[in-house]
Design a binder for this molecule. Structure first.
Ligand code: DX5
Ligand code: ZN
Length: 224
């Protein structure tokens, strides 16, 4: 199976006063945009909602992946579908049963994904793998950009990759949190194929150049 490598800049660290410019600068090197939705309950901060996704939809044709760090994703997904989100990723730790959300997300025409916190074992996600498009292995505890990468998560990425390949599943393994050029290499070595990154891209003086460099790393893996 050929693995597709993708760069997913997280707009959480973008300059919201100049969002179109900032997004435009990294777009040529990006495969999708990662939108961190936080509700102030599942995680303490409140961040981005459908209003911003709607604005993003007007300025880019790349897929918009909404990472829902919310306690009741089933109440939110429809709003995101309506404004043009392409996929919804929510937390295995959040609703009691991810299946109803999964079915709703599919019905709304979006791709579906599950995110797992650093302390959640890979085994917890296994029952749902046949039904999802992406497994987001969090490499920080959700809530903020700019946190340090948690290396202890690497064996979990490896376990996910081994299992997914063994079963022949077509699932992206994305990593999210503390991903920079150095930790990206470790994630790719462990089997991740989608890199989410906020600070290492939008937090840099030249976001376009930072994205280009990370994309180069991915292209190197793709041709290896
Ligand atoms: C954390 C978010 C991440 C965050 C990554 O809760 O889910 O997507 O934006 O930020 P960096 O890349 O700065 O760690
Ligand atoms: Zn995220």
């Amino acid at each position: 199976m050929t693995v597709r490598y993708k760069l997913a800049p997280s707009i959480l660290a973008a300059d919201f006063a100049h969002l179109a410019d900032h997004v435009g600068a990294v777009e040529p090197y990006s495969d999708q945009f990662h939108v961190d939705v936080m509700d102030g309950h599942f995680v303490p901060p409140i961040t981005i909602g459908p209003v911003v996704v709607k604005a993003l939809r007007r300025i880019t044709e790349l897929p918009l992946e909404c990472h829902l760090m919310v306690t009741e994703p089933e109440r939110q997904v429809e709003q995101f579908a309506e404004v043009g989100a392409d996929s919804a990723v929510w937390h295995l730790e959040s609703p009691p049963d991810p299946r109803p959300v999964l079915h709703l997300v599919r019905k709304l025409g979006m791709k579906a994904g599950l995110a797992i916190n650093p302390e959640t074992p890979f085994e917890a996600a296994r029952p749902y793998l046949e039904e999802i498009d992406v497994l987001n292995v969090m490499t920080v505890n959700p809530g903020w950009a700019g946190q340090a990468f948690l290396r202890d998560v690497l064996p979990k990425i490896r376990a996910a990759r081994d299992h997914i390949d063994r079963e022949g599943l077509e699932i992206d393994i994305s990593v999210d949190g503390g991903v920079n050029l150095e930790t990206a290499r470790e994630c790719l070595d462990a089997g991740a194929n989608v890199l989410g990154a906020a600070t290492a891209i939008f937090g840099q003086q030249d976001a376009g150049a930072a994205a280009a460099e990370m994309k180069r790393l991915l292209l190197g893996r793709a041709s290896a």
